[in-house]
Design a protein around this ligand. Structure first.
Ligand code: SAH
Length: 233
């Protein structure tokens, strides 16, 4: 039986998570990626250091592993994507968070963005609405030693139990800015969210809560994300 399993595995060899390693070669590729992000304008050293630490190749499908350190987005399970490293770094930089900050992420996906925030010493809360992804990523993050608070549910509602947050990052395309997320920001906190046509291009918004009822907004260029879906879709 053992032999049979081995033979089958040999013909169609797909390394399991347990077998996938982080090597000096991966670290070298990560260092190159960090340099590229710096050249592209990312300047927050905490963000760059975190990108330099997270083994991104373990967050992509094993068939994409060799490309994991390219500055590209890739498909992950359940028809979703792992964001491009530049986009992850750019959104993280806009959050302006430091060690100990409380951050809510909408769209856990592969868990890569959550891991980058964990490496920065941030207290991470993250919501995912696809059960398959949620289950897979919860296990992966645990195996890799990251301990964010994960929730299976609808990100449009946020996580009122743990609110308010120092920052909220939405990693899926929203047709509009959800009021529930604005309400869960601390005064002084930031919501970073791609807003626009969810089937095309979105604009990156950074909303700052200036007071109980006062918000200011700035925009930061165009991006493409998978749609942030509501309950009924
Ligand atoms: N941050 C992720 C990016 C994943 S892509 C990463 O680092 O890999 C966006 C994710 O948002 C998908 O997994 C999708 O299932 C999820 N998503 C879409 N709508 C959502 C919603 N309403 N609530 C929570 N997650 C949602």
């Amino acid at each position: 039986m053992k032999l049979l399993r081995f033979a089958r595995g040999f013909v169609n060899f797909v390394p399991t998570k347990e077998m996938r390693k982080d090597t000096a070669k991966h670290q070298g590729l990560r260092n190159q990626l960090v340099n590229l992000l710096r050249e592209k304008g990312i300047s927050n050293e905490d963000v760059l250091q975190a990108v330099g630490k997270v083994p991104r190749h373990l967050y992509v499908d094993s068939s994409f592993e060799q490309f994991a350190y390219r500055d590209q987005a890739f498909p992950i399970r359940a028809n979703q994507t792992i964001s491009q490293p530049y986009t992850v770094a750019f959104q993280t930089e806009l959050l302006e968070v430091t060690e100990g900050s409380k951050v809510l992420e909408i769209g856990t996906g592969s868990g890569y963005q959550a891991a980058v925030l964990c490496e920065m010493g941030v207290k991470v809360y993250s919501i995912e609405r696809q059960k398959e992804l949620f289950d897979h990523t919860r296990e992966l993050l645990q195996q890799l030693g990251y301990r964010p608070t994960l929730k299976f549910g609808d990100g449009y509602k946020g996580m009122p139990t743990y609110a308010p947050f120092d920052a909220i990052v939405v990693t899926a395309a929203a047709p509009e800015i959800p009021n529930a997320l604005l309400a869960q920001l601390k005064v002084g906190g930031k919501l970073v969210i791609p807003v626009g046509d969810v089937s095309d291009v979105q604009r990156m918004y950074c909303i700052t809560r200036k007071g109980e009822k006062q918000f200011s907004r700035a925009t930061h260029g165009d991006f493409r994300f998978v749609p942030m879906l509501g309950n009924k879709e």
